[in-house]
Design a binder for this molecule. Structure first.
Ligand SMILES: [Zn+2]
Length: 368
């Protein structure tokens, strides 16, 4: 039997692995009847991944379009259908889910389960947790923003395993992150902690989408790298970028800048060196404030980690005290674009085990 929106290609059994990619196999271990069973959902601006998981394994997922213009309730209905489809495909349709964890772009109120305002999704004060719970016969639903979820996922299942104090940054279109202190996601007094992309690095620097200027995101995100590459092209300073982008400054992307730098373009190389300096400075500020043991760097820009990571690490360390530097680890994320889904799993596990929506040191494997 086939189900709408589902196909074999989307049928993943995924385990964390060091390369960040999910393993794809054609058969799935059936969970024991006493295993907890969770729904996991990662809502993005263009696509949603929904799946079924046990406490330690994402069993299968499916990917659907977000289609925000249908309205929020239509998105919730599609998520419900997607979860049911995966459950049926696993022959687990008779099992009641123990709960559902959802990663969603914020800002949001994780306690109330309400997305306050999401420019990507066009949602304002939408009670996604209550609506999804009602559609799934009352199972508990907990939500957190995508940065916190990805950081949570890395801490529990990925590159952050075993570190009590860690900071996660995702460097892609924008720069987001999560602060995990004593094994718990630190949310701040109104769920707005961890906005690492919006610390000011260069006063009066380039404008940021947040309304400020000179933010780390405006200097070192993938968007910022592409924009600065476009400026080089517009000034006729990069024949390599001109060739890669069809001579159109608007079409320059971060991967093109990396490609031109690797091919010997000195100005693109200098641009990336600036990016490493800005990120190093941002990380140093974070370390002075929080003294983490580990900093985990994810997102599309860090796929070029062999170029950037050693430089970011070195620039950061020049700003630190000896005691902060010693033992501090900076490493790349391990879960790739699945971090949010693993974080959603960790979120709902923590909730169901009655430790609240935040992970505890115990629940992420750090002991008491
Ligand atoms: Zn900003």
């Amino acid at each position: 039997m086939r189900y709408p929106g589902w196909n074999r290609e989307h049928y993943h059994r995924s385990l964390p692995n060091p390369n960040g990619a999910a393993n794809v196999v054609s058969t799935v271990n059936k969970p024991h009847s006493q295993d907890s069973l969770f729904g996991v959902v990662d809502i993005g601006g263009t696509k949603i991944v929904a799946g079924i998981a046990t406490a330690g394994e994402i069993l299968a997922t499916t990917k659907i379009a977000t289609d925000v213009f249908d309205g929020a309730d239509a998105v919730t209905a599609r998520i419900t259908t997607a979860i049911r489809d995966v459950q049926r495909q696993l022959s687990l349709e008779s099992r009641t889910l123990d709960g559902v964890g959802v990663s969603v772009p914020g800002p949001l109120d994780s306690t109330l389960g309400v997305v306050s305002f999401s420019p990507n999704l066009h949602w304002v004060d939408y009670p996604i947790a209550a609506r999804l719970s009602a559609a799934l016969e009352g199972v508990p639903v907990v939500i957190d923003d995508d940065g916190n979820c990805a950081g949570h996922g890395e801490a529990a299942f990925g590159a952050g395993i075993g570190y009590r104090h860690q900071v996660y940054l995702t460097i892609s279109t924008g720069i987001g992150g999560a602060v995990i202190l004593d094994g718990r996601v630190h949310r701040g007094f109104c769920d707005a902690a961890g906005e690492v992309g919006h610390m000011t690095i260069v006063p009066g620097g380039p404008d940021c989408l947040c309304g400020n200027s000179g933010c780390l995101e405006a200097l070192a995100s993938g968007t910022a790298i592409g924009r600065r590459g476009g400026q080089l092209l517009a000034q006729d300073q990069s024949p390599l970028l001109a060739a890669l982008a069809g001579n159109d400054p608007e079409r320059v992307t971060a991967p093109m800048v990396f490609e031109a730098a690797a091919a010997g373009d000195a100005l693109c190389e200098l641009l990336l060196d600036d990016v490493a300096t800005y990120l190093g400075l941002g990380l140093a500020n974070i370390v002075h404030l929080l003294n983490p043991e580990a900093i985990i760097l994810g997102g599309g820009v860090m796929e070029q980690g062999e170029v950037l990571l050693p430089r970011i690490d070195q620039r950061m360390r020049t700003h630190l005290f000896k005691v902060q530097r010693e033992g501090l680890v900076v490493k790349r994320a391990a879960l790739g674009d699945r971090g949010g889904l693993w974080g959603a799993l960790q979120l709902i596990k923590g909730h169901v085990s009655d430790s609240g929506p935040a992970a505890t040191a115990e629940s992420i494997g750090l002991g008491g």
